[in-house]
Design a protein around this ligand. Structure first.
Ligand SMILES: Cc1ncc(COP(=O)(O)O)c(C=O)c1O
Length: 440
């Protein structure tokens, strides 16, 4: 922005979240993507667009209307009001979401414990905002982590304590150490944020054993688990351990959901299941979901009922199963993951890996490539300009701006031809960097 004569504010006088590396992260990735439109992008974790169809929106809206008419005794005035008026703060498709959770994830919860939110991002923010009473309340997370949780924690002024990752996804012994140390310093670890299935960015999943140990640790050391599960239905074919919420008998888990990958990102619909009881001063109890609803009424009032109706219609049209609704997408993601791994093996064969390695996730949208050099934003820009291939530098998922020797590759929205061409471009970039560094 050019200098002018109007009011001048200082960044240092605004909220500190604006002054952090992740405030620039998403802008930077968007800018590079727009600047090099012919580049193949492994950077954006977007769902596959090949099946997007605007006619589906009308179809699903109709399905929801028929359902609501039947439910409300064919009273059109009531149904019109339900979809077009200001609505219930906690949402209007909570009962359909409860059915979906039972069908797909074996999670049995009361619809009253669900708050439908503007994407999972709002659910995350509301939960952290509610849990953070003062500066001693802290959040535990594995590193690297989803940029959304870093952003939400900054915005909620909640400090995060990192926990080591191991091959099982999260080192529970380290977690317990971090909790003990934090408590000794007078801090209150309120919750541990995890993506147990096919995490963003690492692609890893928690083993069944780790899930059980995490639930035990939460009970023993009195903190909640925030289980974020946007990718769970996208397994690559193997068996998946149960969600922590489905084996959580003590209401330790607050479950976060998103329809961004299973519905449409443009609907901006997510939700939180918060069936924990909250004691009021007068001996009475309310649900944590009701407290989140109160915060929501101060933030976004209610989630667009029109968008909820579209997602609700999609659930109704598929007998509440997002697994069924995404049969074709699940195949695309499986095929893409296999192809990406095959192409990596082709360009970096076992006898000439050149210091490059990668993990093979059991599903989801992402894998992590380890490189023999550090790859930050400057190299990404170079890779886009000179090799027409984009990827996500890992530092975005640490939130500290320090370049790492790892990058995240998203394979979800690409065609097979793009994956094949993209990996060959990536291999040329890596090979050139290795040569330059050897010679330099
Ligand atoms: C771990 C994780 N949680 C949640 C989301 C979705 O958030 P939202 O529903 O706000 O789009 C994503 C999408 O990138 C994600 O990777």
């Amino acid at each position: 922005v050019t200098a002018g004569t109007g009011a001048l504010l200082r960044l240092t006088d605004l909220h500190h979240a604006l002054d952090t590396p992740i405030a620039e992260s998403m802008n930077f990735l968007d800018e590079v993507t727009h600047q090099y439109p012919d580049a193949i992008s492994f950077a954006a974790g977007r769902p596959y667009e090949g099946f997007f169809d605007l006619d589906d929106v009308h179809y699903y809206l109709e399905r929801y209307r028929d359902h609501a008419m039947a439910w409300h005794g064919d009273d059109e005035v009531v149904v019109r009001r339900l979809v077009l008026q200001y609505g219930r703060t906690k949402g209007i498709i909570h009962d359909l979401i409860a059915q979906n959770l039972a069908v797909d994830e074996d999670i049995k919860v009361s619809p009253e414990s669900i708050v439908v939110t503007v994407g999972c991002q709002e659910a995350l923010f509301l939960t952290l905002r509610a849990l953070r009473r003062d500066e001693n309340d802290v959040l535990l997370t594995a590193l690297p982590r989803h940029v959304g949780v870093t952003g939400a924690a900054h915005l909620a002024d909640m400090r995060m304590l990192p926990v080591r990752e191991d091959s099982g996804g999260l080192d529970v012994d380290d977690l317990v150490d971090v909790v003990r140390r934090a408590k000794a310093e007078g801090l209150r670890p309120r919750a541990c944020y995890v993506v147990a299935d096919f995490a963003n960015p690492s692609g890893t999943s928690l083993s069944r054993e780790t899930r059980k140990r995490l639930l035990q640790a939460a009970e023993e050391h009195d903190f909640l688990i925030l289980e974020d599960n946007p990718y769970g239905v996208f397994d690559a074919g193997g068996e998946r351990p149960p969600t922590m919420k489905s084996i959580d008998t003590l209401q330790r888990v607050v479950y976060l959901g998103s329809f961004a990958k299973t519905g449409f990102p443009g609907a901006r619909i997510g939700y939180v299941v918060a069936d924990q009881r909250v004691a009021r001063g007068d001996e009475g109890h309310e649900l944590l979901a009701d407290q989140l609803g109160k915060l929501k009424s101060m933030l976004t009032v209610n989630t667009s009922p029109i968008a909820q109706a579209v997602i609700g219609g999609k659930l109704l049209a598929n007998d509440y199963s997002l697994r069924t609704a995404n049969t074709r997408q699940r195949e695309v993601y499986r095929r893409n993951l296999c192809l990406l791994v095959d192409e990596l093996n082709r360009w970096f064969p076992p006898d000439s890996r050149r210091g490059v390695s990668w993990n093979v996730p059991a599903g989801g949208f992402f894998l992590v490539l380890k490189l023999p050099f550090e790859a930050g934003d400057d190299l990404l820009e170079y890779s886009a300009r000179e090799h027409r291939v984009l990827w996500a530098p890992m530092h975005h998922f640490y939130g500290d701006g320090i370049a790492r020797d790892r990058i995240r590759l998203a394979f979800s929205h690409l065609t097979p031809d793009e994956i094949t061409a993209g990996v060959s471009r990536l291999a040329a970039f890596v090979s050139e960097q290795c040569t330059t560094r050897r010679e330099g």
